[in-house]
Design a protein around this ligand. Sequence first.
Ligand code: TYD
Length: 208
Amino acid sequence: MKGLFLTFEGPDGAGKTTQIELLKDYFQDRGMDVVITREPGGTKIGEKIRNVILDVENKEMDDICEALLYSASRAQLVKEVIIPNIEAGSVVICDRFVESSIVYQGYARGLGEDTISSINQIATRGLVPDAVFLLMISPEEGIRRKKGSGKLDRLEMEKIEFHNKVHEGYNRLEGRRKNIHKIDAQRDVQEIHNDILRVIENLLKREE
Ligand code: TYD
C-alpha cells in the first residue's frame, strides 16, 4: 500500500513545527509509520545547501541562484527520502515544499510562478502532495513570534515588505488547487489541529 504525502506551508513563525508534531502523534497512535522532514535540507546534501541559502553572509546571492538551490535541495530530498518512504507505505510530512518556492521566490522575489513551477517540475519528478496545509497568520504576528525565538536567518532578516508579499502570495494560493487547505493559525493549537484532522480523516476514507 502506498503511504501519504503531506506538506505544511505558511509564513515564518506560523507554528508549523507544533502542528507537525501533533499530527505525527495522531498517526503513530494509529500504528502508522511517520517520517518527518524539512526544507531546505532533510538529507546530508540538502543540509549543506540549506547552510549556503540561509547564511547571513551570502548577501550577494542572486534570486535565480536562490531558487535553484531550493529546488536542488528538494530534488535530493524527493529522491532519497520522500519517494522511497511513500512507496514503503509511510506517512511523509514535509515542513515546506514547492508552494514555499512559488510564494517566496516566485511571488515575493518576483521570479514568477511559471518559472518556479517549471524548475520544480524537474526537481519533484512530478510528485504532488496529497494535502498541503497553509497555516496563515498576519505578517506582524509572524515576525513577532520569530523575533522571540533567537537569531534570524537571511530570509527572516528581509524587510517587512518582503514578509507582506509572502503573506499575500500565500493568500493567492488559496483555492488554486484542490489539495491546498488554508487554516487560520492565529487560534488555539488544538483548534488548528482539529481542522487538520478533518482533512486527514477525509483522505484516509478515500484511501480505504
Ligand atoms: P526555516 O528555518 O526552515 O523556516 P521556517 O521555520 O519558517 O520553516 O527556513 C526556511 C526559510 O526558507 C524560510 O524563510 C522560508 C524560505 N524558503 C524559501 O524561500 N523557498 C523555499 O522553497 C523553501 C522551502 C523555504
